[in-house]
Ligand binder design. Sequence first.
Ligand SMILES: [Zn+2]
Length: 416
Amino acid sequence: MSSSLNPKRTVAELKELRALTGDENGAQRVAFTETWLKARGWLRQKVVGLPLEIHEDAAGNTWFTLRGESEKALLIGGHMDSVPNGGWLDGCLNVLAGVEILRRIHAQFHGKPPVTVRLVDWADEEGARFGKSLFGSSACSGNLDMNEARVLVDKGGIKLPDALKNVGIDFERVKDSGAELKNAAAYLELHIEQGPVLLDLDLPLGAVLGTFGVERHAITFHGQAAHSGSTPMNRRKDAFLAAARLSPEVYRIAERSGNGVCTIGSCTTKPGIVTSVIEECRITLDQRHLDVAALAKMLHEARAASEIFAQEGNLSVSWERLWQIAPRPFNDELINLCDEAIRETCGKSHRLPSGPLHDAAEVAAAGVPTVMMFVQSLHGISHNKIEDTKEEHLEMCVTAFDKLAEKVMTSIFKTL
Ligand SMILES: [Zn+2]
């Protein structure tokens, strides 16, 4: 069926892209820069010869469309942009696997598949320059906060709308890109895992259940500064003590939650001198879970624990929400098909949630049935030049992802 699929070609193209847009410090395809434009120009060269309609939408996402018998479309997505000094696979693996699948489908159906197949290269997934991830896909999904985005400034003082204007994008119209999702029947995204789960299980591929919801809070304990020599231990109102007791408690909360994670990522103290009991201790807590109720429970438990520790220490505690995002569970039927495609390719699959956000989360939020496939990351690391995946796993992921595309195309066709 997929006799013309050539996963080795994908690996070769990834190396070609690395040579063209990377240096000794890693990938340099930061969105809206010259190198990014060069990578995108190179990508267009790669599909010359395929009968694709190619256009950029209002948010700068590039769409490669292979028209089928039906307008109903299977979407495959990725991003050519990288962080500065990034890895050679993050984002572009997805796009180049998509190119290979377009070639296979074109050959198999003589240019006219039963359903339309579209590859999208999202603009500025990483948010490396303006600190806002998922720009192109959130514009497309309609979730982009225009007032927040309008005033984003890069290190050089350039505003996002001006940077966009420079590459021919009118900021005020970016949400017009939502029209692209009109006939979308399913969205698929392949990605390196960027974590150690598949590596630790010694499995090449996994089916992604969705992206974690996040609750991010600052917690401040308020006590009393007192002399470290003259204040007996039983008379202290030590704000740090309560924060410290919360630390192992959040590990227990995460453990009880099943697959959730909790991180106390920062701790600042006042007065912060060696000779005083701590008067004020501010910590940040980041909690993530795939299940909305479990996430709410983790938050509730952390809050309750903080109040108990505050009370026991004669302190008060206050909470401030810094950021939150809902979990984005993927489509059950597509998760099953992804699992099946993986098992057919390498015998064993694993289902796992995604800690990082991806463009797929935005497409899922827009109501398009979505799934992602992960391929193992060596060292479990990404956003770093040492990011890597075994070549045999790269080839395997292209094969499995192609099988998934075929299965989804068939299932879309059945519903016509
Ligand atoms: Zn990525």
